[in-house]
Structures are given as C-alpha cells and as structure tokens.
Ligand binder design. Structure first.
Ligand code: ZN
Length: 163
C-alpha cells in the first residue's frame, strides 16, 4: 500500500504561498488544510510535480517559475474597452471582476484595473501571472480518491469542494 503522493490520490496539505518579496499571498494551516486530487491539474504544474512522491509528514519549500505556475503576463489580455460594452445598469468599479469570453471562446475572468472616463482598462491575466511562487508545504494526509472524486476530477471534503 503506497501512501506516497501520486496520481489518483487525494492530498491534504498545509501551505504558505509567498511572492519573490516574501509577502504571504495565500495560506492554509493544518487546522483547515487544502485538499486536492493529485494528477487532475487542480494545482499549478510546478507544485504538482514537486509534491509527487512525498509522504505524510514531509515538508518542502518549492519555487515555481511563472511558466510552471500561472503563466507569464499576456499583454493581449490587457484591453481597453468602452463603458457601452457593458450591460446598462452595471456600476463599474476598479477591482471588480467579471467573466467574459477570451479569443478562443473560453471563459476568462477579467478585472477592471482602471477607469478613465469612458475608457475601461481590463485585465484577463491571472492575478499571479508573471509571479515566481514560493510555496512552503507540509503533507498532512494521503488517501485514495473515491470513484466519485475521480469522476469529478477534484477532491471532496477537507477544505475541498463540497456538494
Ligand atoms: Zn465533485
């Protein structure tokens, strides 16, 4: 019986995510760990491959470059649109997010970055695009995924997805 992190296992871990400046961007402590299905692209590729083969109790610091993380900043996703392109009655504010279709028809989350009169600057990049990610992780639990989890492609329970 393998208790190592591998495809088809549900992993619970605590983690702290920092940027290159050491600022904490996100974290989950052991009291409410993060759960995910390994091998299902639920986490960034650089972290998933670095965790492969670890066991419960293992701690690791992982540095993930943008290409293995949330990608480089794509200038084509920084757009200037006009107020008229939004539904009437929508109050536009800096920092608000909305979903729209990208060039390939895929749903993308855009954020309003700046409003200059009628010109609305929006950005469809992931907020962590271009960032080198510094993770400090500890593996808390490794178990086999249920058939339902495998079917859904994500973990249930823990701090994961609930139905
Ligand atoms: Zn599900």
């Amino acid at each position: 019986m393998s208790t190592k992190v591998s495809n088809g296992k549900v992993i619970e871990m605590s983690y702290r995510l920092m940027n290159a400046k050491g600022e904490v961007l996100d974290q989950a402590d052991s009291g409410s760990p993060f759960a995910y299905l390994h091998g299902a692209q639920q986490i960034v590729p650089g972290l998933e491959s670095a965790i492969e083969g670890l066991s419960v109790g293992d701690k690791k610091n992982v540095v993930v470059q943008p290409e293995e993380g949330y990608g480089e900043v794509n200038p084509a996703l920084k757009l200037v649109v006009t107020r008229a392109q939004f539904p009437t009655g929508v109050e536009l504010k800096t920092g608000m997010q909305f979903e729209a279709q990208g060039g390939d028809g895929e749903g993308l989350v855009f954020m309003v970055e700046n409003i200059e009169g009628d010109s609305i600057h929006i950005n469809g990049n992931h907020p962590l695009a271009g960032e080198t990610l510094h993770f400090a992780i500890e593996i808390l639990k490794v178990r086999d995924a249920t058939e339902e989890e495998k079917e859904h492609g994500h973990a249930h329970g823990g701090d994961g997805h609930q139905h």
